[in-house]
Design a protein around this ligand. Structure first.
Ligand SMILES: Nc1nc2c(ncn2[C@@H]2O[C@H](COP(=O)(O)OP(=O)(O)OP(=O)(O)O)[C@@H](O)[C@H]2O)c(=O)[nH]1
Ligand SMILES: [Mg+2]
Length: 415
């Protein structure tokens, strides 16, 4: 049965992984009661998507079972994994690196949290003027060498078996890569991209390294979160990294600011929408003509100053703290599609007659999923008689699920 997508947070010690995780999981204003931290490393974050309710003008009645929905912007739970700090040499076991890398196996996409302030060295120790662009290179190198090392350990026997069985390269490699949650399709895609001429039994080390590199790209698409943008040294480093990296892969973040803003909002000092550009204090709202200041609490001067600094250094300069965008970007890399299963395809409801709540559920499926894949993920192994889409029209099981197409479905159980 298809699993839920899992996003792994990686980075050297003190880059801000745990802070990023906290900033994404503590969405207390929107969170239902059922989700809490699964274990110290796993947590539920919230992916912001455009909800189907806006498409059919039912924003008022949208009541998700999990997460939340405000004016058509829905927060969908997604699982996050905080992989402890990796250091150079991790693939050889440095700093428990092997164990940490093993935790990555089940991640579908990675968020590499980089300390862009340059105030921590490669090991995460305090310094000044460190070049964070090198972190991007060595960390990926550790992942590649970990996979390559695992493969090379057994290459002799893998190769002999491949020859004896007259196997094809996809099957042989998938046998080795399945432990990383790979599929034959993933392996086939990366071999296609490489277009190798020689058969597997003739591959030299350089060729195997190319294969592992391609596999790493396919299996672990990565968002680079340049964190600590609130720090005065960040600017020069951001400029440098932006020149080298694909802009689509970079997000600028200040996880600490997001944690701080969410905390103040929860305590009633500010009005703040997760991930937004604006934060309002009591004084701001009074200035806007509300004598009650939105019912917000008065802050002391020190707190006021911190909020002003945060606006200047982060929100006004960069548009947001960036952390919400990190998950959106990871979801985009994975091509995740939100699917809305409903019991009644005309009312979009799932409860008893008279219950006006719509779109109670939303499930994320992977790129290229069919209606059948979605049915299996949502309904499990029950026999499905037929499936209805918008307008009550029957939908074939082999049709693709895409945003805006076959993404509102009603599964009819039975023979
Ligand atoms: N200025 C600034 N500091 C931050 C930010 N995010 C995290 N930090 C600080 O960086 C330090 C390390 O943060 P953590 O989140 O514990 O880092 P980590 O990557 O989880 O570290 P390990 O668990 O040791 O691997 C803490 O002192 C944080 O307060 C940020 O956005 N801006
Ligand atoms: Mg941590």
């Amino acid at each position: 049965m298809p699993r839920d997508p899992l996003i792994g947070l990686v980075g050297k010690p003190s880059s801000g992984k745990s802070t990023t995780l906290n900033s994404l999981t503590d969405a207390s204003s929107k969170v239902g009661t059922s989700f809490t931290t699964i274990d110290p490393q796993r947590a539920i974050g919230y992916l912001q998507i455009d909800c189907a309710c806006a498409r059919v003008g039912k924003q008022e009645n949208c009541k998700p079972n999990y997460g939340g929905c405000k004016a058509g912007k829905r927060s969908v739970p997604i699982e996050l994994l905080d992989v402890a700090g990796l250091v150079p040499g991790a693939h050889e076991g440095r700093g428990l690196g092997n164990k940490f890398l093993d935790d990555l196996r089940h991640a579908d996409a990675l968020v590499h949290v980089v300390d862009v302030s340059g105030t921590t060295d490669a090991e995460g120790k305090a310094t000044r003027g460190y070049d964070p662009s090198s972190d991007i290179v060595w960390l990926r190198g550790e992942i590649v060498r970990w996979i390559q090392g695992n493969l090379m350990e057994k290459w002799g026997s893998i190769r002999r078996r491949h020859i004896a069985l007259k196997a094809n390269a996809v099957d042989t490699l998938q046998g080795q890569f399945s432990g990383y949650g790979s599929t034959s399709a993933v392996v086939a895609r990366c071999l296609d991209k490489l277009g190798l001429k020689q058969p597997l039994e003739d591959w030299d080390n350089a060729t195997i390294e190319r294969v592992v590199n391609a596999f790493t790209d396919e299996k672990f698409p990565t968002v680079i979160a340049l964190n600590k943008i609130d720090h005065p040294d960040a600017d020069q480093n951001i400029a440098k990294i932006a020149k080298k990296q694909d802009p689509e892969s970079i997000v600028l973040t200040s996880a600490m600011s997001e944690v701080f803003l969410r905390k103040l909002a929860k305590q009633g000092y500010v009005r703040y929408e997760e991930g937004s550009e604006f934060v309002d204090t009591r004084d701001d709202l009074i200035e806007d003509g509300d004598p009650e200041g939105g019912g917000l609490k008065e802050m002391d001067d020190k707190l006021k100053q911190r909020i002003e600094n945060l606006k200047d250094m982060v929100l006004y300069r960069f548009g947001s703290t960036g952390v919400v965008e990190v998950l959106s970007r990871a979801a985009k890399l994975l091509g995740l599609v939100p699917v809305f299963p409903v019991r009644n395809i005309h009312s979009f409801g799932s409860g008893a007659a008279g219950n006006t709540a719509v779109f109670r559920d939303c499930v994320l499926v992977g790129k290229g999923s069919t209606v059948r894949d979605a049915a299996k993920k949502i309904m499990g192994d029950v026999t499905i008689a037929y499936i209805e889409g918008i307008g009550g029209v029957r939908v074939a099981e082999d049709e693709l699920v895409e945003v805006g197409k076959n993404d509102i479905l009603s599964f009819k159980v039975g023979k």
